[in-house]
Ligand binder design. Structure first.
Ligand SMILES: [Zn+2]
Length: 448
């Protein structure tokens, strides 16, 4: 894909697409959806069989008809199809000869699933990454240090998207933090991408090694973060921004589609999904019926252009809400807000609580460091939760007083008081990890 040579003050990477009035955008989606459905019906044994059972032939008159009639798919269906009949399996819609790239899921919820791309799929993917980077302020005079894993991980190739818009791609990969800090000092990047917990940890490591992140890495303008709900929690973003002296943008992707499918604009009120390529819905996790915009449900995606393995009404397992109203930035594409994974939601006294709700509280309470661990368990047939925190650096406030504050904050923000708040000395909680931090311990019977 050729560089576009847009002026630096051009706000949109694809002005026409990004600001398209919704009726036109939905018309484009319907056209592309019908192409995708027809392609899947003709070429994917899985979709052909499943839709035949329901008398569907891969054509709809409206998006509403699609939502009403077409069945969902999910991770389990991907897994069951994998390797059946061909290498990429029966959900795939192209011969293996047409596949040029594959990523896999992390396998955190079972056997990893392969995600194949045709040449065109891969180009669409990188073009989408360029658009999201541009939306996050990246320009051709930026240096993008890519500290992401390349090993089968769909976020690996995102660096090509930065290059497509003209930035310098610095392919560092997932390396130990001392090496990464060395590369940052040496090459003075302006943009980086990591998980929120790693952006925080790396800053702490930098301080331990005698760096002052704001001074020694003064070139840094922006951290893009993804992979954990923290990026959408304002207090978490603020903590990383203050630590590094940067602005933080949250991105969201899934291995089943692209490294990033959605990202924040400068207003940081939800993540714009690339709706010309992905149709998004929010459904009741129990009934599968659509929930009104703004209400929490399971976010569900349909690929409109991806041919190697179309994902039609793919239930992501993420609980969140969607907002179709026009954003102040002028973009018309739907914004998604993700609260957390469906299997991490717990219900206490009829209130739905996510680990991200608790993170919001502990990152906002000055009496503690912001590190935390949550344990959810059953007692007398009732679900309860306890939260462990660390007392703030240099504080001598009594532990029971710190605990009381956090308890009160949690009650105010989530609506339910924790069974207990355990307070540790600074740095004694031991949850910091180089990868996704293990902060959630689920001992509910339903989780066994
Ligand atoms: Zn916006």
């Amino acid at each position: 894909m050729a560089k576009k040579n847009l002026p630096y003050d051009e706000k949109y990477y694809d002005r026409e697409i990004e600001t398209m009035p919704r009726p036109e955008l939905e018309k484009l989606q319907l056209e592309r959806l019908n192409e995708e459905l027809a392609f899947a019906y003709a070429n994917s044994p899985y979709y052909h069989r499943e839709w035949d059972k329901l008398g569907l032939d891969g054509h709809v008159e409206s998006l509403e008809e699609f939502y009403e009639k077409y069945p969902f798919t999910d991770k389990q269906a991907e897994r069951d199809c994998q390797g059946v009949g061909s290498f990429f399996g029966e959900m795939s819609a192209v011969p293996e000869d047409d596949v040029v790239y594959m990523a896999t899921s992390s396998g955190s919820t079972g056997v990893p699933t392969m995600s194949p791309f045709t040449q065109q799929d891969f180009e669409d993917f990188q073009h989408a990454q360029s658009r999201l980077f541009w939306q996050a302020g990246m320009r051709p005079n930026d240096r993008y240090l890519h500290g992401m894993n390349f090993a089968l991980y769909v976020g690996g190739p995102d660096v090509i998207g930065a290059q497509e818009l003209g930035a310098v791609g610095i392919w560092v990969g997932a390396v130990p933090s001392a090496r990464l800090l060395w590369a940052m000092k040496q090459y003075q990047p302006t943009y980086m991408w990591s998980s929120p917990s790693y952006a925080w940890l790396l800053g702490q490591k930098a301080i331990e090694q005698g760096y002052d992140p704001k001074v020694d890495f003064a070139s840094m303008k922006c951290f893009i973060i993804s992979g954990e709900p923290g990026g959408s929690i304002e207090t978490t973003r603020k903590a990383i921004e203050d630590l590094w002296g940067v602005t933080v943008y949250d991105f969201f992707g899934l291995s089943d589609i692209y490294g990033a499918c959605a990202g924040m604009c400068e207003y940081k009120d939800g993540l714009h999904i690339i709706e010309d390529q992905i149709l998004v819905e929010c459904v009741d996790p129990a009934t599968g019926k659509p929930v009104p915009d703004g209400e929490r449900g399971e976010i569900t995606y349909t690929t409109l252009c991806k041919r190697a393995r179309p994902n039609i009404r793919f239930r992501s397992g993420d609980i969140g809400w969607i907002d179709r109203s026009q954003c102040k930035c002028g973009r018309t594409h739907t914004r998604i807000h993700i609260a957390g994974r469906k299997d991490e939601m717990f219900i206490v006294s009829a209130v739905n609580v996510f680990p991200s709700d608790i993170e919001y509280v502990v990152r906002n309470e000055p009496a503690v460091t912001g590190e935390y661990r949550i344990r959810v368990y059953d007692e007398n047939y009732t679900t309860k939760y306890e939260v462990s925190v660390e007392r703030a650096i240099g504080s001598d406030e009594p532990f029971d007083s710190v605990a009381k504050r956090v308890e009160d904050d949690l009650k105010t923000h989530t609506g339910v008081r924790p069974a207990k708040v355990l307070v540790y000395e600074t740095d004694k909680l031991g949850v910091s990890a180089e990868h996704k931090a293990k902060r959630f311990i689920d001992e509910r019977k339903s989780a066994q």
